[in-house]
Write a protein that binds this ligand. Structure first.
Ligand code: GLY
Length: 389
């Protein structure tokens, strides 16, 4: 009996070894960032950074699309280390983002509010956190067009633009509806997912980044990319958003076509990774790598988002697919947490962060080989999800 107990504890430790390593490292790195946050009197929200430098490029609590990921990492750390200090930090960095819930000028209210307050409510169930989620959902709902049957992503005089990333913002609508039984919010989210399922995917389940609609009659004007290599190519992070977004849409609707789309998009990724042992995508699945263009950066954030999505998706599929998706998620997390893709792997790296080799938008126009707050957030989310299986 005693031997069996010791052995099962050993197995438990083995299963969690990954989580312990990444999360312990996250605790250390984000302690440094928390001190910077306190020193800045709550104005420091790391967004991206050059790993060779000491300082992150920072945004504020109420601007940009990335401010929720910093709080999100602290909610993930709390799930690893449920201490009073972890809780204090998570609340301290989340609270200043509350005014973002009133922002109607961007669809990113979903990313910001769900990564901070959404996690806060899920873990603590305090009604004041739910109020922020519901307020944010109503702000996002103002961007819905019943003609296009989507919420608007970017504001543009050119047309009604929807990007594949916007699938992630639906969680705000679905969750608010789930808690308040507001059917309108649910319908908006479901319509958006449905239209996106029909318009953003090619036959092989790869995705277009942007679809421009005519807001007068809802027709499609064009499909193109803003952050990928080409209009016809598949931007790696966008593809990961599609896997994650349709997994979330299935979580709330149990609508089989959304699950099929999440599986299809995931299979696209799994069959287009650099190799069966090299699981970190280049920034765009179609960007050429040849003698004239010898270098293409990776995007570790795309890998982290994908891994986290796969863990949840594995809970909705048949046992054989489940095993395949979980093995892939573990493989991606293993590779991400190796010295090649983490700050600890190179003595010259100075940034208090976890992952390196993230790409912001299209290469070489935007910063690449950088640390990204969303890479760190989705990696820690993936690790926590794996540790709970
Ligand atoms: N949602 C913006 C991005 O993924 O870059």
């Amino acid at each position: 009996m005693a031997i069996r107990l010791v052995f099962s504890s050993f197995l438990f430790l083995c299963a969690n070894v990954l989580a312990i390593d990444v999360m312990r490292y996250a605790s250390v790195q984000y302690s440094t960032l928390y001190s910077e946050f306190v020193d800045s009197e709550g104005k420091f929200y790391p967004s991206y950074g050059n790993p060779l430098e000491l300082d992150w490029k920072s945004t504020t609590a109420t601007s940009g699309w990335t401010s929720g990921f910093f709080p999100g990492v602290f909610w993930n750390i709390l799930q690893y280390n449920a201490s009073q200090e972890s809780l204090k930090r998570a609340i301290a960095v989340t609270t200043p983002t509350a005014p973002f819930a009133n922002v109607t000028g961007t669809h990113d209210v979903g990313f910001v509010i769900m990564s901070g307050f959404g996690n806060a409510y899920r873990l603590l169930k305090l009604p004041e956190y739910l109020n922020v989620v519901v307020t944010g959902a109503h702000s996002l709902a103002t961007r819905y067009s019943p003609i296009v049957r989507c919420t608007r992503s970017w504001n543009s005089a050119q047309g009604f633009l929807v990007i594949i990333d916007n699938m992630m913002n639906l969680e705000l609508l679905f969750e608010a509806s789930n808690q308040t039984k507001d059917q309108t919010l649910y319908n908006i989210a479901r319509q958006h997912a449905n239209r996106t399922m029909h318009e953003h995917f090619r036959d092989d389940n790869s995705t277009y980044h942007v679809v421009e609609y005519d807001e007068k009659d809802g027709s499609v004007i064009r499909k193109y990319t803003a952050q990928g290599y080409a209009d016809w190519s598949t931007w790696a992070r966008g593809q990961s958003w599609s896997v994650h977004g349709f997994t979330i849409a299935y979580r709330y609707t149990k609508y089989q076509p959304f699950l099929d789309k999440a599986i299809g998009a995931a299979n696209y990724v799994l069959t287009h990774l650099p190799s069966s042992t090299d699981l970190i995508p280049y920034w765009d699945y179609d960007a050429p790598r040849n003698s004239t263009l010898p270098y293409q950066p990776r995007d570790t954030s795309a890998a982290a988002i994908f891994a986290s999505a796969l863990v949840e998706l594995s809970g909705y599929v048949t046992p054989d697919l489940r095993d395949r998706f979980l093995a892939a998620a573990k493989g991606v997390v293993d590779q991400l947490s190796s010295p090649k893709y983490m700050i600890y792997g190179d003595k010259q790296y100075k940034l208090p962060a976890l992952l390196v080799n993230g790409t912001i938008g299209s290469y070489p126009k935007n910063p690449y080989d950088v640390s990204l707050s969303y890479g760190d957030y989705y990696l820690t989310q993936a690790v926590i999800r794996l540790s709970k299986l």
